[in-house]
Ligand binder design. Structure first.
Ligand SMILES: Cc1ncc(COP(=O)(O)O)c(C=O)c1O
Length: 417
């Protein structure tokens, strides 16, 4: 192990093989009702038709891969997606579109496309709609952007911990932002209660009892990450046409992880990559659920029980039930990592000691890489995860420097450099 990776080798982590996962399990129709090749394809076609759509880059880190003795480590870089800074632009805005489309189609009794809605032709109807959500930042920005694109209003709730910079990024799209004095999970409940009173439509990235349709749409939007990545793995001329063997995916409520896992399970069946779900140790609702064998809240900080992590987008104590439905069988491993590894992992990407390309990654983006570095340094966990010199690792840079002040503090450098 290279000396520059000693910190990761010394760091504590928890790794739990999912007892309910198995390569030979078939993808079933109840999971297909949430995420399938077909329903995701419909979302992909729609999102691909939007102005400024571009495939996000797949960036190789060949020197790090060589150091860790893998064939390849690649980052799917979502930090420039629709110029919004994170992968979340694929989900919330897509669900806003579907909602606005449904309302206008009901009013007009016509089929309405997204270009017509964007043109403002049905403003008299769209301007009557208010969408709302609770967010740690990125999802709310996507909903606010979607509301602006499709001509409706947005009210976005953020928890007490949300930074001013993240709030300003949401307000940029004309949304009204309300900061609660609560944590993320309680802010979700506050938003749902107020929406009910005000007649606003909740566009949430997490689901709950009797509220699954919209978060399902959100997840179908996210699955475009996997669809694009797979095509790139098969078409990149400088690489053999072999898909990734392992994907380390960071999770908050689990929507992104479930969208990617479910899509690839339906597409590739038993040839799908090994999926490792990574969460901060103080906000590990999926890990807790896997340990219990049923949907369970995160236990939080060992002493205080508080759910809190520096990885703002992963700061969730309760998983999304529809995401859990897929991950409870489709994720192969669950992992937790400590907060203090976040800054060094961001630094490693910003200025690679191995002369790999520099990558600006936000604090919620690097959990997958941190988990890879930790497990790759241990013979036993390498074996457990089936990591070998043939491995091709896929990671997701799920956000750029959305909180520039925090980035500067953790990396010691302006992200614009
Ligand atoms: C940058 C970033 N990465 C990962 C996640 C996790 O996504 P999910 O909540 O769907 O698990 C989030 C969620 O907000 C995020 O903002």
């Amino acid at each position: 192990m290279d000396r520059s990776l000693t910190l990761w080798k010394k760091s504590q982590f928890n790794l739990l093989p999912n007892p309910d996962a198995s390569r030979i399990l078939r993808y079933t129709d109840d999971l297909r009702a949430i995420i399938s090749k077909e329903n995701c394809h419909e979302a992909h076609q729609e999102i691909r038709s939007w102005p400024d759509y571009k495939i996000s880059e797949l960036i190789s880190l060949p020197k790090l891969a060589e150091t860790l003795n893998f064939v390849d480590i690649s980052f799917k870089d979502e930090s420039n997606r629709f110029n919004l800074g994170s992968f979340k632009s694929l989900g919330g805005a897509y669900a806003v579109f579907r909602h606005v489309q449904r309302v206008v189609e009901e009013k007009t009794d016509k089929e309405i496309g997204s270009d017509t809605l964007r043109s403002g032709k049905y403003q008299e109807f769209t301007s009557q709609i208010t969408v709302t959500t609770a967010t740690d930042g990125n999802h709310g920005r996507s909903v606010a952007w979607g509301a602006q694109l499709f001509g409706c209003s947005a009210v976005i709730y953020v928890p007490a911990s949300c930074s001013q910079e993240r709030i300003a990024a949401i307000e940029e799209f004309g949304a009204h932002v309300i900061q609660s004095d609560l944590n993320y999970d309680d802010t979700v409940r506050l938003c749902a209660e107020n929406a009910h009173k005000e007649g606003h439509q909740v566009i949430s990235d997490t689901s709950w009892e009797n509220y699954t349709g919209i978060p399902t749409q959100v997840m179908r939007g996210y699955s475009l990450i996997a669809a694009e990545a797979i095509v790139e793995y098969f078409t990149r001329s400088f690489r053999e046409a072999i898909p990734p063997s392992h994907i380390f995916i960071q999770a908050g409520v689990g929507g992104m992880a479930a969208a990617i896992s479910g899509y690839l399970w339906d597409l590739m069946d038993e040839k799908r990559p090994t999926i490792i779900i990574v969460e901060p140790e103080n906000a590990a609702c999926l890990f807790a659920s896997a340990a219990e064998g049923a949907l369970t809240k995160a236990s939080g900080d060992k002493e205080t029980g508080e759910i809190h992590t520096i990885m703002a987008g992963l700061d969730c104590g309760e998983a999304s039930p529809i995401a859990w439905k897929i991950l409870s069988k489709g994720a192969d491993f669950f992992m937790t990592i400590p907060d203090d590894i976040t800054g060094p992992t961001m630094q490693l990407l910003a200025k690679s000691p191995f002369s790999d390309p520099a990558l600006v990654a936000g604090e919620s983006s690097v959990a997958g890489l941190a988990a890879l570095l930790m497990t790759a340094s241990h013979n036993e966990s390498r074996r457990t995860l089936g990591l070998s010199p043939d491995s091709r690792i896929l990671l997701i840079n799920s956000e750029g420097a959305m909180d520039k002040a925090l980035y500067q503090e953790l990396v010691g450098e302006d992200p614009n450099h």
